[in-house]
Design a protein around this ligand. Structure first.
Ligand code: PLP
Length: 388
C-alpha cells in the first residue's frame, strides 16, 4: 500500500509508490518491456502494450496527480506534447482564450498547429480578468492560463478567471510549470486541468524533457487517456523514473529556490545599473498582493532590465561563470538568458515591445548554489555591463 498523507513533502516521496511486490525494491523499477504477457486473450495484470500503459509511467502519473490534488495524471514526452494532446480534445470551430505572454512554444502550437486545424485563439492580458470575459465567444471551449508568465512574471487570478470559464462552460487549463504544486495549486482554485513541463522544476535536474496533465474531471481524463494512446506522444520509462526521482526533493528544492531568488531580487533592486527588477515577491511588483494570496512563495524566476541595452546585456551574459547562459529553467543549476534573442526570439519585435521584452531584459532561474557565489557572479557581470 502506498503511504497516504495530506502533506506534499510526504506525497512527493511516496504518492503512488510502494516497494516492488516482486523484489522488495524500495525505488520504482524502470520497466522497459514494450509488451506484457497475457494469461489468455484480454486477461492481463493491467498492462498490455507500453504506449497504452507502463508501470513506471503510471507511478509517475499518480505521484504528480497527488501533488496537484487531482484524481488523474496523464504523462507525455514533453510539455508541448501534453499541450498538443490536451488541445486535441477540441474540435474545428472551437475557440480558445489564452494569456498574452504564454510560453513561446505554447504560442507556436496555438498559432501554427491548432489555428490551421480550425481552432482559433484570442490572446488577452489576463492580469485583468475582465479582458477574459470580453474575449469569450459562444464557441469558446478552453481558457489557457499561464501564471506567473514568462518572462514578465505577470500573475493571473486563477480563481477569478476559472469562475468566468466555468460560468460559460469552457475548460480552464493552468500551465503551472513556473510555480509547481509546492507554490500554487490551480485545481483547488477552480481550474479543470493543470499542465506541467516536467522538464523544468518537477524533474529539476535538466536531464529530461517531459510533460503531464492532471485533472479531477473523469470525462476529460478518459478522453486524454484515449488521446495519449491514440496520438502516442508518451514518455520513456527511464524518463518517468528520472522525474519520479526528481520529485522526491521538489519540496526542499522549491524552498531553497524561493529563498535565494528573494534575496537576489532584493539585491538586484539596489544595483545602480539595474533599471528594473521583476519578481512577484518584491513590493515593487504590481501584483504582490495576489502573489501572497494565491501562491505559497513567489518562485525561483527573476527578470531584470540592465541599463545600456543590448551591448550591456551581451557583456553581462559573457561574464557570468556560475550562472550558465542557456534556455530552460527550474534545474539545480542557475541559468541566465536573454529573452529577446533566445527564448522569445521567434516573437515578432513589435509584439515583444508590447509585452515589455526590452533588449536589456535578462531572465534568471535561480539554482541551488551558495547565495554568496550567485551574488558575486552577478556583481562581476553587472560591473562588466556597466563598462560595455
Ligand atoms: C518549457 C515550457 C513548456 C514546454 O515544455 P517542453 O517540455 O519544453 O515541451 C510549456 N510551458 C512552460 C511555462 C514552459 O516553461
Amino acid at each position: 500500500m502506498a503511504v497516504e498523507s495530506e502533506h506534499l513533502d510526504t506525497l512527493a516521496i511516496h504518492a503512488g509508490q510502494a516497494p516492488d511486490p516482486v523484489s522488495g525494491a524500495v525505488m520504482t523499477p524502470i520497466v522497459l518491456a514494450s509488451t506484457f504477457a497475457q494469461d489468455g486473450p484480454g486477461v492481463h495484470k493491467g498492462f498490455e502494450y507500453a504506449r497504452t500503459g507502463n508501470p513506471t509511467r503510471q507511478t509517475l502519473e499518480r505521484c504528480i496527480a497527488a501533488l496537484e490534488g487531482g484524481a488523474h495524471g496523464v504523462a507525455f514526452g514533453s510539455g508541448c506534447a501534453a499541450m498538443t494532446t490536451l488541445l486535441h480534445t477540441l474540435r474545428p470551430g472551437d475557440h480558445v482564450v489564452a494569456s498574452d505572454d504564454v510560453y513561446g512554444g505554447s504560442f507556436r502550437i496555438l498559432d501554427k498547429v491548432m489555428r490551421p486545424l480550425g481552432i482559433e485563439t484570442t490572446q488577452v492580458d489576463m492580469t485583468d480578468p475582465e479582458n477574459v470575459a470580453r474575449a469569450m465567444r459562444d464557441t469558446t471551449r478552453m481558457l489557457w492560463v499561464e501564471t506567473p508568465t514568462n518572462p514578465m512574471l505577470k500573475l493571473v487570478d486563477i480563481a477569478k478567471v476559472a469562475a468566468i470559464g466555468r460560468a460559460r462552460g469552457a475548460t480552464v487549463v493552468v500551465d503551472n510549470t513556473f510555480a509547481t504544486p509546492m507554490l500554487q495549486r490551480p485545481l483547488a482554485l477552480g481550474a479543470h486541468a493543470v499542465l506541467h513541463s516536467t522538464t523544468k522544476y518537477l524533474n529539476g535536474h535538466s536531464d529530461v524533457v517531459g510533460g503531464v496533465v492532471v485533472t479531477s474531471e473523469d470525462a476529460l481524463a478518459e478522453r486524454l487517456r484515449f488521446l495519449q494512446n491514440a496520438i502516442g506522444a508518451v514518455p520513456s520509462p527511464f524518463d518517468c523514473y528520472l522525474v519520479l526521482r526528481g520529485l522526491k526533493t521538489l519540496p526542499v528544492r522549491m524552498e531553497r529556490h524561493v529563498k535565494s531568488a528573494g534575496a537576489i531580487a532584493e539585491w538586484l533592486e539596489a544595483q545602480p545599473n539595474v533599471a528594473r527588477v521583476i519578481y512577484p515577491g518584491l513590493s515593487s511588483h504590481p501584483q504582490r498582493a495576489l502573489a501572497e494570496r494565491q501562491m505559497a512563495g513567489p518562485g525561483g524566476m527573476i527578470s531584470f532590465v540592465v541599463r545600456g541595452g543590448l551591448p550591456a546585456a551581451r557583456a553581462l551574459l559573457a561574464t557570468v561563470r556560475v550562472f550558465c547562459c542557456a534556455e530552460s529553467l527550474g534545474g539545480v543549476e542557475s541559468l541566465i538568458e536573454h529573452p529577446a534573442i533566445m527564448t522569445h526570439g521567434s516573437v515578432p519585435a513589435d509584439a515583444r515591445a508590447a509585452l515589455g521584452i526590452d533588449d536589456g531584459l535578462i531572465r534568471i532561474s535561480v539554482g541551488l548554489e551558495a547565495l554568496e557565489d550567485l551574488r558575486a557572479d552577478l556583481a562581476a557581470a553587472l560591473a562588466a555591463a556597466a563598462r560595455a
